[in-house]
Write a protein that binds this ligand. Structure first.
Ligand SMILES: [Ca+2]
Ligand SMILES: [Ca+2]
Ligand SMILES: [Ca+2]
Length: 291
């Protein structure tokens, strides 16, 4: 009896399966996702694309992600069929109108990349609606990815910080750049390293002193330079001490008695791109503790 019951259940399941409506072959795995509240998440920076299609004229595909303010995201739809892809970005805070539309005006079959640029006004959920512009195409499929576009490859900036008078390494010199990278030079050898520094132009500042009472021991230096893509930049820094030896060094440089190739103009304090009387007077005032 038991055996017969099981057999009947199996037979009924077979009948149900065979009589179920067959899903359209081109309906993608993310259906139903025809409105924002049915949107599927997309994983940022995942290389494997989501495979989507438009299986009927009314099909819309919605995805969502959590975006950070001022961060740039790219939503890329690669056209693997024959439809005109149309992308719209929505902010969950106001779904009445899209905040950006992406649709190549020249080529209906173009891949579309919607970049958020700097339009994300706050941290939060953002939606992207992908639909077909124009009339329905039978063969409509596309591959979808979302990623944070990275610029050119970072590089490294490194060097040694020394005392321009004695040539001895200086430890604990503070090296910072306007790209928000920093290091303190090594006490033993004066070396500093800024790893994975963003490429292109940067401004590096070196200073040394008592960081608690904000008293400088050396003239601070400012270097502006360009870091090539994936490149390396060596910047060795000879710092001029804010004491009599530094004042004498500057006077020697002015008189030509000291090669100034070790001391770059980046330490100038009055912006004339050279080490001169202004710097000597500045140091002397410092030594004499004059305002
Ligand atoms: Ca779809
Ligand atoms: Ca859909
Ligand atoms: Ca298009």
């Amino acid at each position: 009896m038991k055996y017969i019951c099981i057999q009947m259940v199996v037979s009924m399941m077979m009948i149900l399966l065979l009589s179920s409506p067959v899903l359209g072959a081109d309906e993608d795995a993310y259906e139903n996702d025809n409105s924002y509240d049915q949107a599927r998440k997309i994983i940022i920076n995942l290389e494997t694309p989501q495979l989507h299609s438009f299986h009927e004229p009314a099909d819309q595909d919605w995805i969502k992600f959590y975006g950070f303010k001022a961060k740039t995201y790219a939503i890329k739809a690669v056209n693997t069929g024959t439809c005109d892809l149309y992308l719209e970005l929505y902010d969950a805070d106001n779904m009445s109108k899209s905040i950006k539309v992406q649709d190549n005006p020249l080529d209906p079959l173009a891949d579309e990349i919607l970049s958020t640029g700097n339009i994300l006004q706050h941290d939060g959920i953002y939606y992207v609606k992908i639909s077909e512009a124009g009339s329905f195409s039978e063969n409509c499929s596309y591959e979808l990815t979302a990623y944070i576009p990275e610029g050119a490859s970072p590089g490294d900036i490194s060097g040694v910080v020394t005392d321009a008078v004695t040539g001895n390494p200086i430890g604990d010199a503070l090296i910072v750049t306007d790209q928000l990278r920093s290091d303190l030079s090594h006490p033993d050898n004066g070396k500093y390293q800024l790893e994975n520094h963003p490429p292109d132009s940067f401004t590096l500042t070196a200073r040394h002193g008592d960081y608690v009472i904000e008293k400088d021991n050396y003239l601070s230096c400012v270097f502006s330079d360009n870091l090539p893509d994936n490149g390396m930049k060596e910047i060795n820094i000879g710092m001029i001490p804010l004491d009599l030896s530094g004042a004498v060094l500057v006077l020697q440089i002015i008189s030509g008695a000291h090669p100034n190739h070790l001391v770059s103009w980046q330490q100038d304090i009055n912006g004339d791109r050279q080490i001169g009387l202004a710097e000597a007077i500045y140091i002397m005032r410092n030594v004499a503790q004059l305002p």
